[in-house]
Design a protein around this ligand. Structure first.
Ligand code: COA
Length: 280
């Protein structure tokens, strides 16, 4: 498939730090810094295209999503703040009616991101509001700089979240905190986001990229095949009862015993060598 980069989404294939392994980490940067990387239709189309590319590209072992840094301030104007994504593009809401909203928000790019079978990390530096918080919640892991702020301010527009926060955020941080965030529309700091389980790790700004890429490399060094099984088994907990989930785990776990990478991983442990994954 063609290069998935566009004017509003820069995609880089970052080689793995372990150069004995082939493959890459796909780093996708949402690139509308003058609009705080707000999700307009072009960004959403690009993100969807990116997700298809990730699934089809065997080289990609892990995905990192981030937002572009602010451009230098224009003469006589203040610099724009740092943002991961400051939400859906509100300018597109002006003339949007119910029918148009249904089309735009059904089967959208945030769902595509959520459905990716490969591991995903959101690297957040700055505002992660509304749709930005929802993009982050659609990733498997969230890593934020100390100066980041999270929130779901849609209530201030007479709206509720439309990219999954009423459901996915609630699964992540619980019913009570989700109600508070959505009903007050208030922003919270990265440290508070970490305290309530919205963020996995908080870093100093200067450490954010190294910390995130270290984690991405760690994950990318595992079998992509086994990672996919782990991801879908853990996500089964969201849609099933405990007993059903345990039954799903038992099935997935047993199936792995016939996989090439279980043979490889166990053999490598016994031989005290490094496994060479076949991703199957
Ligand atoms: N949609 C469209 N444009 C947005 C945007 C969004 N969600 N968020 C920010 N922008 C634009 C602003 O209109 C402004 O554009 P301009 O310079 O061409 O006028 C630019 O990004 C910078 O934003 P600005 O508001 O000037 O920055 P600030 O530092 O004063 O405030 C925020 C930062 C994040 C507090 C503020 O931009 C904001 O509240 N954004 C909307 C957040 C939101 O409601 N998200 C949910 C949407 S459903």
């Amino acid at each position: 498939m063609d290069d998935p980069s566009s004017a509003v989404l820069t995609v880089q294939e970052i080689p793995l730090s372990d150069d004995s392994m082939s493959g890459c980490i796909a780093l996708a940067t949402i690139n509308r810094p003058n609009k705080l990387n707000a999700l307009n239709s072009e960004v959403m189309d690009s993100l969807k295209n990116f997700c298809s590319w990730v699934e089809a590209n065997d080289r990609v072992r892990c995905v990192v999503i981030t937002g572009a840094s602010p451009l230098p301030a224009e003469e006589g104007r203040r610099a724009k703040p740092n943002a991961f994504v400051a939400g859906a593009d509100i300018a597109e809401f002006v003339d949007m009616d119910k029918q148009a909203a249904k089309v735009k928000f059904t089967d959208n790019a945030v769902e595509a991101l959520w459905k990716l079978t490969k591991p995903t990390i959101a690297m957040v530096d700055g505002f992660a509001l509304g749709g930005g918080c929802e993009v982050a919640c659609s990733c498997d892991i969230r890593i934020a700089s100390k100066r980041s702020k999270f929130g779901t301010p849609e209530i201030n527009l007479g709206l509720i979240p439309g990219y999954g926060a009423t459901q996915r955020l609630a699964k992540l941080i619980g019913y009570g905190k989700t109600l508070e965030l959505i009903m007050t529309g208030e922003m919270i700091s990265a440290d508070e986001a970490s305290n309530i389980g919205l963020v996995n790790h908080v870093c100093e700004v200067e450490d954010l990229e190294d910390f995130t890429m270290d984690m991405a490399n760690k994950i990318a060094s595992k079998s992509v095949f086994t990672l996919k099984v782990a991801k879908r088994t853990i996500k089964a907990a969201l849609n099933n009862s405990l007993d059903e989930g345990i039954a799903i785990e038992a099935e997935e776990f047993a199936n792995l015993f016939d996989s090439a990478d279980k043979q490889e991983g166990v053999k490598a442990f016994m031989d005290r060598s490094k496994p060479t994954w076949q991703d199957k």
